[in-house]
Design a binder for this molecule. Structure first.
Ligand code: GDP
Length: 634
């Protein structure tokens, strides 16, 4: 047996280990006698050998993983390398409080930190020095919900509940955000309730909100904008706390609200889900403290952090032009410290910070991360949602101004390229390596919504389709904002965009496709998913007219007195009657008159009398959309 014994130094040699390493291994294995000349029996020697093998294997794997970590890469490159979405990377950057400058490169240690936080397959992150830079930060909260459900009242009541504000004797709103303190913890509320503002911000690249409070009136329950708010918050990946408001009302029914929202995926905690519900009355203040406590709790779970010593960056949440002071912007400082005298860039606006006003209306010299302040001194009004960051000095700021000019020039060229075709869309999907097609679906009725959804489900395609928002009625501005922010396309069935939505879509390059026949919609979608080149719908819209008056003419039927608002109206062409942007009837222009004269066509800006074939139910404010086929037009 003694033959099989081996001395520690011999084993170390065999395994190619230096003596101190050998000692530490023996220690880790709990082997007591670890002098160089000590004898190990074969069993122990084997154990050590196995242990070293394992250790080396892990090391090798880690090295392989480490090779994936390279510094000086952009967010885009990071996303590609780790096969995650750019949005997710951006969200984590914001959550962790890494300085956020569009187009900046991430250092190696940042890449490692970020990847570790995102749970990606990388070696454990151990850089103590780096970790120490980050401190816990206050959450930024946005209140959303249906109109009149009590968002504004709730924010007012919260401000009044706040110790910090009460001590100062101020409860009025000074800037576009308020800082509230509850149980010694700060909460920053953005005072711009509403999902449009929220998505408008997200569009410009910022995810400044950490938590959404969804206000639902207990007497009215879930409404259209409640659903929109949920979809917008979900698309941004922001956790939702539900405040069931107006519980002081006699017909309040909180259980019904829970049921309605549970059906939409917000399952209450007490039913085994993960959504926090807090019954409140914004009017009496009942439950408001519970709500604040829940916000603190949720914030703790999110482990929000920031680096207060790095470059200053943050987000503009509101802006306005003041008659006396000039442009004013309320910003949330998310990293570093913002100081009066700093040069900053917010969107396309570059300038020097003249003075800062804090949330209680007091002038301050500096604003640390995380806080809300109003910035005065910029040469122009930046848009809500723009990310801002500070420069080291004036010359750096000037350089940046030059670059912005160049960016603007390129942007103009892009805008000239016109609306997207299905082929453009497909190319884009391929370029962005999109793994699924995101849709916003609007239809005329609940029945058609179900039918279209069913038809879409039936389409067999390698690329999955996800409907991120659906609704009944015309395509409106908030649909365009959501589409732009999420990279979705909008499909309308039996509905049309409002004029405002159309303009917005054009400016943002959002694709809207509308159909009135279900198989045309599914054919186009199927083709898009399969990457086939398809002939676009042959029907061309030539004009629109607004019905101003309705006349009954005996023997003829109903005649609509119209104003042509777009293009032209042509006798004999196909016509669709739109009521609130929903198609209610398809027919053709049977008669067209100008001052009792029969005419062939009437151009934009002129009034005319229109008779529709087989349709006498025309109403004031209806719109008539006139279409033709290519052949007819040629
Ligand atoms: P917003 O449109 O969501 O901002 O709603 P508001 O805050 O303006 O509230 C709409 C109306 O509901 C106002 O008349 C409020 O006084 C009332 N309201 C808001 N919260 C409550 C509440 O908790 N109880 C009762 N009874 N009324 C409320």
């Amino acid at each position: 047996m003694s033959k099989n014994k081996i001395r520690v130094y011999q084993l170390a040699k065999k395994l190619g280990l230096k003596s101190p390493k050998m000692v530490s291994i023996l220690e880790e294995l709990g082997i007591k006698d670890k002098g160089n000349l000590s004898m190990l029996d074969s069993e122990t020697a084997n154990l050590v050998e196995e242990y070293v093998k394992d250790m080396r294997k892990t090391q090798e794997e880690n090295e392989k993983k480490s090779q994936r970590i390279q510094g000086n890469i952009s967010i885009e490159e990071f996303a590609k390398r780790f096969n995650v979405s750019e949005r997710a990377v951006r969200e984590t950057i914001m959550k962790l409080g890494l300085p956020y400058k569009p187009n900046r490169k991430l250092s190696k240690v940042e890449v490692h930190y970020l990847a570790a936080e995102m749970g990606l397959d990388v070696p454990e992150f151990k850089n103590e020095e780096f970790i120490k830079r980050f401190v816990p930060r206050a959450p930024v909260v946005t209140v959303m919900g249906h109109v009149d459900h009590g968002k504004t009242t709730l924010l007012d009541t919260i401000r009044r509940t706040s110790v910090a504000e009460r001590e100062k004797g101020r409860i009025t709103q000074a800037i576009g955000a308020s800082i509230v303190e509850y149980n010694g913890k700060k909460i920053i509320f953005i005072d711009t309730p509403g999902h449009e503002a929220f998505t408008e911000m997200r569009l410009r690249g910022s995810i400044v909100t950490d938590i959404v409070i969804l206000v639902v009136a207990a007497d009215e329950g879930v409404k259209e904008q409640t659903i929109e708010s949920i979809d917008h918050a979900r698309a941004a990946n922001v956790p939702i706390i539900v405040a069931i408001n107006k519980i002081d009302r006699p017909n309040a029914d909180p259980e019904r609200v829970k049921q309605q929202l549970a059906d939409r995926g917000l399952l209450p905690e007490e039913w085994g889900g993960s959504t926090i519900y807090v019954p409140v009355s914004a009017k009496t203040g009942q439950g408001v403290e519970d709500l604040l406590e829940m916000i603190n709790l949720q914030a703790e779970l999110l482990e929000l952090k920031t680096d207060p010593k790095t470059t200053c960056s943050g987000t503009v949440i509101e802006s306005k032009m003041d008659k006396n002071i000039g442009p004013l912007a309320t910003v949330i400082v998310q990293t570093g410290t913002l100081r009066a005298g700093d040069y900053i860039r917010a969107g396309d606006v570059v300038g020097k910070v003249r003075f800062l006003t804090d949330a209680s209306g007091k002038r301050v010299k500096e604003a640390p991360a995380v806080s809300a302040v109003e910035v005065a001194g910029l040469p122009d009004v930046p848009k809500a949602g723009e990310i801002f960051y500070a420069f080291k000095n004036a010359s750096e700021a000037k350089e940046e101004m030059k670059r912005i000019e160049e960016e603007k020039r390129l942007q103009k060229m892009k805008e000239r390229s016109g609306p997207k075709t299905i082929e453009d869309l497909f190319r884009e999907m391929q370029e962005k390596e999109m793994k699924k097609l995101l849709l916003i679906l609007k239809t005329g009725t609940q029945g058609s919504l179900e039918a279209v959804k069913h038809a879409i489900k039936e389409i067999k395609s390698p690329i999955p389709v996800e409907i991120i928002h659906e609704g009944i009625g015309g395509i409106v501005k908030s649909d365009i904002l959501l589409a732009d922010a999420s990279g979705a396309i909008i499909l309308g069935f039996g509905v049309r965009p409002t004029t405002e939505a159309k303009k917005e879509a054009k400016a943002r390059g959002v694709t809207i496709k509308t159909y009135d026949i279900i198989f045309e919609l599914t054919d186009a979608l199927e083709a898009l998913l399969k990457g086939m080149v398809v002939a676009e719908k042959k029907e061309i819209v030539v004009g629109r007219a607004l019905v101003k008056k309705v006349f009954k003419v005996s023997g003829v039927g109903t005649v609509a007195g119209c104003l042509v608002t777009e293009g032209k109206i042509v006798r004999g062409y196909k016509a669709k009657v739109l009521r609130n942007n929903v198609v209610v009837y398809s027919t053709e222009i049977a008669s067209l008159k100008r001052f009792k004269q029969d005419v062939k066509e009437v151009l934009k800006g002129y009034e005319c009398g229109v008779g529709l074939k087989n349709f006498n139910d025309i109403k004031v404010n209806d719109e008539i959309e006139v279409t033709t086929t290519e052949e007819q037009q040629a």
